[in-house]
Design a protein around this ligand. Structure first.
Ligand code: NOJ
Length: 525
């Protein structure tokens, strides 16, 4: 299947559908119970038939996997769990043969504590060159027993860990905004960028088409590391005035990254930018910074027409000032599955399907997280199966993100449903997932997979048509918008509403005549 045509010479990513493959959970080629690169390569025809333009692959670099790859010990090699560099090359080639782009995930804010730099820093003395690559500080109080400031980790607990100095005495503290095994790098040190540039070029030279950049609003820390005003913050979340993130010094870093990426025409950068204020969000998308930034408003909106409309308006407004491309997602590997978020069971699924039509009608870049196209729900895992560091760091008060990371069911009647040759996969798969397998859904024209395939096909046929959204009048509790010639209507209310005028192209569920039932969306032309 050919990539979307862009008659107006927009870059390939401007109106594209990205598929987020969480490599541990997509497909296991070697029977160890964990997904891998050859597993992705083996299912490229599935992705091609699904109709996506690009893949975003979560980190596959060498890692102890304390945060499943977001703790990188060697940024320029593949972890043996996922394969090796030749497996990556095979994937890039096979994806390109199908006109699918491949983007990788880079983690500039921190490394693994197993990275040789950090190992060296621990063995070195305070003030040494090795320590200057990270954020080491003396503690407060008489014997330095209190952390240097009051920052907390996004995963729970303090953001500082005290080290034992080489002479055996309790010593300095190092900063880790995430797990203690993910020490933050010191981006004020030019060696850090010099090494990151090597990493960017290493993968781009191998033919990858760009990067998702983890914690793009991190990296720069405020001078003097001032205390947080409030430390009783929600885990895995933060506000714009939080000193740990979104500091002005992050923008020169993005400009330096962009200068390198511009050497590779067509390469794209997608930043993870948890910034709420539209003006500040837009700064990341200035012409010499990131190409794209994730906007999480749609994903955070309730299943409520007014909320959803507000999220769409806001996401469009956020990029308007810089003439940027909007991005849209309903799921990723960090949030609860949409089916469950919207109410679970049949209602949750109906709503998630309806939201799929809203998502895929929007202009810009859309991201589909693996399993979303199958309507997978969040899995309630037994406590002993939980692996997310959030579970331990929160003192077992937050279960973390494992429930949305359960492997994909491909075929058959029992775990591992074709995901792996062994039944005991890295996270256990629910035994009642047979109706959700790819195999079953491909044979059912009304399945969620069939809905995604048809919607992506229509989206692709209409690529490039309409970069804005025109709101149309519709009854309370519903929304309708036109993008290009396509009208999308969604009913989040409790009673059926009249469909807008037009010829029906697609609906997320059964319609009743010219009425759009609750929890349903439709496309018309
Ligand atoms: C954001 C990633 O999406 C998440 O999975 C990870 O735990 C943190 N960044 C830390 O790298």
């Amino acid at each position: 299947m050919a990539a979307s045509p862009h008659p107006d010479h927009k870059p390939w990513w401007a109106d594209s559908a990205f598929y987020q493959a969480y490599p541990r959970s997509f497909a296991d080629s070697n029977g160890d119970g964990v997904g891998d690169l050859d597993g992705v390569t083996a299912h490229l025809d599935y992705l091609s038939d699904l109709g996506v333009d690009a893949i975003w692959l979560n980190p596959v670099m060498v890692s102890p996997m304390a945060d499943h790859g977001y703790d990188v010990a060697d940024p320029r090699d593949i972890d043996p769990l996922f394969g090796d560099l030749t497996a990556l090359d095979r994937l890039v080639t096979a994806a390109h043969e199908r006109s699918i782009k491949l983007t990788m995930d880079l983690v500039p804010n921190h490394t693994s504590s197993a990275h040789p730099w950090f190992v060296e820093a621990l063995a070195a003395v305070p003030g040494s060159r090795a320590r200057e690559l990270y954020i080491f500080r003396d503690g407060r109080g008489p014997d330095g027993t209190r952390p240097p400031n009051n920052w907390v980790s996004v995963f729970g607990g303090p953001a500082w860990t005290r080290v034992t100095e080489p002479d055996g005495r309790p010593g300095q503290w190092y900063l880790h905004l995430f797990d203690a095994s993910q020490p933050d790098l010191n981006w004020d040190n030019p060696e850090v960028f010099a090494d990151f540039e090597k990493t960017l070029r290493f993968w781009l030279d191998r033919g990858v088409d760009g990067f998702r950049i983890d914690v793009s609003h991190g990296m720069a820390k405020p001078p003097g590391l001032p205390d947080m005003a409030v430390t009783d913050v929600k885990l895995l979340a933060h506000q714009d005035d939080d000193p740990r993130f979104n500091r002005p010094g992050v923008h020169p870093i993005h400009r330096a990254i962009r200068a390198v990426v511009d050497d590779y025409p067509g390469a794209v950068t997608v930043g993870e930018v948890w910034v709420h204020d539209n003006a500040q969000f837009a700064e990341y998308l200035r012409p010499d910074e990131l190409h794209l930034a994730f906007n999480f408003r749609l994903l955070q909106a309730d299943f409520d027409a007014a909320d959803i409309r507000d999220a769409i308006d806001n996401s469009l407004a956020a990029v308007a000032s810089v003439d940027g491309t909007p991005t849209w997602a309903l799921e990723n590997h960090d949030v609860q599955r949409a089916v469950t978020r919207y109410g679970d069971g049949a209602i949750g699924l109906a709503r998630a399907r309806a939201m799929a039509l809203v998502l895929l009608a929007l202009p810009g870049s859309v991201f589909v997280y693996n399993g979303q196209e199958l309507g997978l729900p969040e899995v309630e895992l037994p406590e002993e199966a939980l692996q997310d560091p959030v579970w331990e760091r929160s003192g077992h008060t937050e279960r973390g993100r494992d429930g949305c990371r359960v492997p994909l069911p491909w075929s058959g009647a029992a775990p591992a449903f074709g995901f792996s040759a062994r039944a005991d996969t890295w996270l256990p798969m629910p035994s009642d997932w047979a109706p959700l397998t790819v195999e079953r859904q491909l044979g059912d024209p009304d399945s969620t997979l069939s809905l995604y395939r048809r919607a992506l096909e229509i989206r692709r046929e209409r690529a490039g048509s309409g970069t804005g959204v025109e709101w149309l009048p519709i009854s309370d509790g519903a929304l309708a918008f036109r993008r290009g010639g396509l009208v999308c209507a969604l009913n989040t209310g409790e009673r059926p509403v009249a469909l807008p005028d037009g010829e029906l192209l697609l609906a997320s569920g059964p319609l009743s005549g010219a009425q759009l039932p609750p929890n349903t969306a439709a496309w018309l032309v």
